[in-house]
Design a binder for this molecule. Sequence first.
Ligand SMILES: Cc1cc2nc3c(=O)[nH]c(=O)nc-3n(C[C@H](O)[C@H](O)[C@H](O)COP(=O)(O)OP(=O)(O)OC[C@H]3O[C@@H](n4cnc5c(N)ncnc54)[C@H](O)[C@@H]3O)c2cc1C
Length: 453
Amino acid sequence: MPAAAGYRVTGTARHRLAVLWRTLLYALLVLSPIIVREITGGGYGSDCVAGAGLVLGMTGFAVLALQPLFSSRFRWVERPFGLDRLLRVHRVTGVIGALFVTAHPVLLALGRNNRELLLSLDLPWHLMAAKLTLAVLVFFGIAALFHSRLRLPFQWWFRGHSLLTPVILAGIFMHSYAASVRYQPAAFRVLWFILLGAGAFSYLHLTVYRRFGGRLRPWKVTGVSRIGRDVWDISMEPPRGRRGFDYLPGQFLFVTLLRARGLPTEEHPFTISSSPAQKGYVSISPKESGDFTATVGKTEAGDGAVVMAPYGRFTYLLGNEPSRIVFMAGGIGITPFMSMLRYMRDTGDRRKVLLLYGCRTEQDLVFRDELERMSGPEGAPELEMVPVLSSPGDDWTGETGYVDGEKIDRLVGDPAGSSFYICGPPPMMAMVHGILRERNVDERSIHMERFSL
Ligand SMILES: Cc1cc2nc3c(=O)[nH]c(=O)nc-3n(C[C@H](O)[C@H](O)[C@H](O)COP(=O)(O)OP(=O)(O)OC[C@H]3O[C@@H](n4cnc5c(N)ncnc54)[C@H](O)[C@@H]3O)c2cc1C
């Protein structure tokens, strides 16, 4: 395995331990208000509904304060889970935290028979701050959960999300702190500072230290070339005097291209398509598919780039050791497989790999020449590539249609003993996953990379 420190092979005792202790630490932090309340002997009053409201309020605060931990991209948090999975957890815990803090005033009002708490606008400042924060939180939650259904441009909701995070953290902190001054022992004040500190540090570390810090010493774009009808290859090297980073083939990075010339400077995730064995540079292969990617071809050698990496666990190096690996790529989903195959080639790894590569037309088969050069029983890897075209030209003699059950049965044969890696458009991934499960392939042998976070 390349020197990408700290990664553990999935399912091993060391990997399970890494997952377990981080999960327990998180649970401990979330439950810390209840634990501190028990230790300091504070009760929840005589009414159990109001008591439940207090528990939910305190726990909800802890959950929301810790939300930035999931999205902070700290490697020691991300490594055992993968950033995509962490961000899915971030969404679920965000909903749970929001529900808890929404239920908090409702249960307090019901338990204490005090409707004013909900309806009045003439309340102490910390309660008014709480109401305002709750309104922002509901708006925030709706935008986060339904942005694609509401057709909000990704950058709008993403920037809104980033700007509103400190507002929400400050609002819930002010309320919790003021309430604890009135009703709780001093230990609570310390606890609120610890929880807020963890959230604020995570948020600032990403947004200020890494994003703005990265602009002070940017990477440099060294090459931009068209490698397909609408696909580009962009190579970048670390700033002078810096070594770059180690990564596993199949991992991804975040890049902000600093191009001036009126071109967008947003941060986007892309798979690293180069091989970790080739030191001193990394490359990405973006396909023109939207507002930002339509401009990648206007990037020029010499432009700056803020690069954050590596992330994800989509690599055969962290999977079990099967006798054969089956890669299933759809369109630009070929990029993580390019990095993995190039790494196998560079390290003389002679394992058997079957690549089913689905595209619309022959022109969409990016990296075709390189893949053909790698193919054959004598090579490293021992690669068999099968392109599958859904809209082939008249002269195409290869496989046609989609990577479906019939092709999987015919080309893969008995799936036992194989590991499957899938990356492509969501409908293709869902279909192939379903087919494999129907053929009793164990979930642990199916690995998927989604191009959405
Ligand atoms: C792990 C991962 C690896 C990827 N690897 C590749 C690759 O190798 N090659 C490639 O062509 N594409 C890759 N993508 C997809 C690429 O990130 C999107 O196509 C690109 O961000 C779309 O931007 P756009 O403005 O051009 O398109 P838009 O039409 O604005 O966005 C299309 C969709 O892309 C996603 N998206 C847009 N902007 C962002 C952002 N800033 N951060 C996160 N998601 C965003 C959203 O889901 C959005 O709905 C990868 C995505 C992920 C998550």
